[in-house]
Write a protein that binds this ligand. Structure first.
Ligand code: HEC
Ligand code: HEC
Length: 310
């Protein structure tokens, strides 16, 4: 157990972290430039919705990178093995966004992956995880989205190879892999564990990247969070985050994990790169300390899977 058995190394690391934290703030690193954390228990639906938006990482895909990009107006390229997807505009613009949608249509898109016109969405939109969202979270997220400035930005068509281009084949994929339904609650576990399960499995959809996939891109539920040799987006691989001490993160202390989720720093002092940097910036750094701790509690409890390094 790094950092817990060796007290001196632990203190040394704390000191290094404190310095890096100061540096990160001084150079206004994107990770440190987080806004205030709205309280997930807030009564105001719009404030709660803003928190859900971050916890679910919607802006990671729906807000283009670079200065001047209109929030949630889409256009982000998601490069996958099946081709390049472009996220659509989800601002309330009636022409180019979802301004004419009803709340029911929004809930159906998010939890069932079906458009108002009745066609199926590609699972590049992680409705496969969002299916477990609670009614209240969907309603508050919708309330927040109504307050976003409408952007008159046209959607860009996806550039997909055959046969992925055939949206009509999606029902087959869905039949094989998509399980609709609420996040299971384990009454034998504490609320904090259940909150962690909801954050990891549903809102923050960690498994979309960290769970290995089969041939047709369906998740391998027997190896939950065991890493993915091929990152779903872009290049590289995604590490194993099960408690396996060799291939996973079993030798990280709870503090290591909390620190990583807050600031993106690995136990060896390196910083997270690739798509994880965006997850930290958009999602985990903006969560309340209680929610980050709940994620760690849940991650500690998943079965350790060795053999995959990701
Ligand atoms: C990993 C990237 C990703 C994330 C995260 C993501 N989306 Fe999307 N979303 C997409 C893509 C890609 C599509 C287009 C799917 C298609 O064309 O079949 C999409 C489609 C949609 C649509 C349908 C829009 C339309 O015009 O039909 C809505 C609504 C939507 N997303 C809302 C959300 C919300 C709300 C969140 C957060 C809870 C979210 N998305 C998170 C990638 C993402
Ligand atoms: C969009 C894809 C994506 C999502 C979603 C995602 N991750 Fe990651 N994660 C990565 C990638 C890629 C890396 C490797 C980063 C690197 O190479 O620096 C990584 C690295 C990590 C690591 C470091 C592991 C190690 O051994 O270095 C941890 C811990 C982690 N992620 C936890 C999480 C948790 C918890 C969530 C959900 C809150 C999550 N990730 C969501 C892609 C993702």
């Amino acid at each position: 157990m790094k950092g817990t058995t060796d007290g001196t190394a632990g203190i040394g690391r704390q000191a290094v972290r404190a310095c890096l934290l100061v540096l990160a703030v001084a150079c206004a690193c994107p990770v440190a430039a987080q806004g205030p954390q709205p309280d997930p228990a807030a009564a105001d639906p719009v404030a709660r919705g803003a928190y859900i938006l971050h916890a679910a990482g919607c802006a990671s895909c729906h807000t283009a990178r670079g200065e001047g990009a209109a929030p949630l107006a889409g256009g982000t390229a998601l490069t996958t093995a099946f081709g390049t997807f472009y996220s659509p505009n989800i601002t309330p613009d009636p022409e180019h966004g979802i301004g004419r949608w009803t709340e029911e249509e929004f809930a159906r898109a998010l939890r069932q992956g079906i458009s108002p016109e009745g066609y199926a969405y590609y699972p590049a939109f992680p409705y496969t995880s969002y299916t477990g969202m609670t009614d209240r979270d969907v309603a508050d997220l919708w309330a927040y989205l109504r307050t976003v400035p409408p952007a008159a930005q046209e959607n860009r068509p996806h550039e997909l190879g055959l046969p992925s281009r055939w949206r009509s084949l999606l029902p087959v994929w869905r039949w094989l892999y998509f399980e609709e339904g609420a996040t299971l609650v384990d009454a034998g576990r504490p609320p904090s564990w259940n909150r962690g399960a909801y954050l990891v499995g549903t809102l923050a959809h960690c498994g979309e990247c960290h769970t290995p996939r089969g041939l047709l891109g369906g998740p391998d539920h027997d190896r939950l969070l065991a890493g993915n040799p091929e990152a779903p987006e872009g290049r590289g691989s995604v590490p194993n985050i099960t408690p396996d001490p060799e291939d996973g993160i079993g030798d990280w202390s709870d503090d290591d994990l909390i620190f990583f989720l807050e600031l993106g720093m690995l136990p060896d002092g390196d910083f997270a790169g690739g798509s994880m940097a965006r997850v930290i910036e958009e999602t985990t750094s903006r969560l309340t300390p209680e929610d980050r701790a709940a994620i760690v509690e849940f991650l500690r409890s998943v079965p350790a899977v060795g053999g995959i390094r990701g």
